[in-house]
Design a binder for this molecule. Sequence first.
Ligand code: AMP
Ligand code: MN
Ligand code: MN
Ligand code: MN
Length: 285
Amino acid sequence: MTILNADLHCHSTVSDGTLEPEALAARAQANGVELWSLTDHDEVAGQRRAMAAARALGLPYLSGVEISVTFAHLTVHIVGLGFDPDNEQLVRGLELTRGGRGARAREMSAQLARIGIEGAYEGALKYVGNPELISRTHFARFLVESGVCRDTNEVFRKYLADGKPGFVPHRWAALGDAVRWIREAGGIAVIAHPARYDHNPTREYALFSEFKQHGGQGVEVVCGSHSTSEYAKYAELALEFGLAASRGSDFHCPDESRIDLGDLPLLEGRLTPVWELLVDRIQPA
Ligand code: AMP
Ligand code: MN
Ligand code: MN
Ligand code: MN
């Protein structure tokens, strides 16, 4: 049970991925994934489909979600695993979290128009599978398609990252609320890709401490946005804070994602993997 090719972070057309949940399940299995979770942003509408597809393939499955949180003026992502996807408080909390995305997207488009990029809202909408989940990723795909940038990374760097002309600040869920929704729905909360936030050690320590105080139990150690040295750094922080370790590619799209499903180093044996805390919540094959 300890050493598994688990991939507990990826996105479908229900949020900002380009593959349907069924196609992701098949791809995970083809790549040798032994335990899978679909973690769409702020939405559990893909969970039934992902579960059914995994069951049909004999692929063990944990329910998943990635919640957008505002913590100390930063956007932080919290992954939830192994919860009841029908839990009313969680479903309502996610609905509130998604709520401002439409207005934010229109404002992003207005800001881009001011620097000469017209029609970005309509352009982004063409890529959106779920209208409540319009995201920066959909804008990035439109800007690549229309020749403004070579790839989505360049779009973020020049236009969509914090402080760039298309960036619109947004207030997401509170850290304590996100952790509570996940816990009260029977799951565990995990800090997603911690290396992507604030490298200031005091602020990073504050995030880990508050997360832990709210009842958070895990952190992504091996994930698509971490380097080898970051695997080591967050392994140490997991041990220091008594957090279980998670592993996930954050796969979005065959043409965009650097790391494919299941295509990551295994977790070190000295870490407690999150799935050891969730044995009774894994949907058996
Ligand atoms: P949003 O939730 O609308 O703010 O969009 C966030 C999403 O943008 C993330 O989940 C990633 O999929 C994507 N993203 C963020 N930064 C980058 C980047 N530098 N390159 C490519 N995609 C990114
Ligand atoms: Mn995303
Ligand atoms: Mn994320
Ligand atoms: Mn993600």
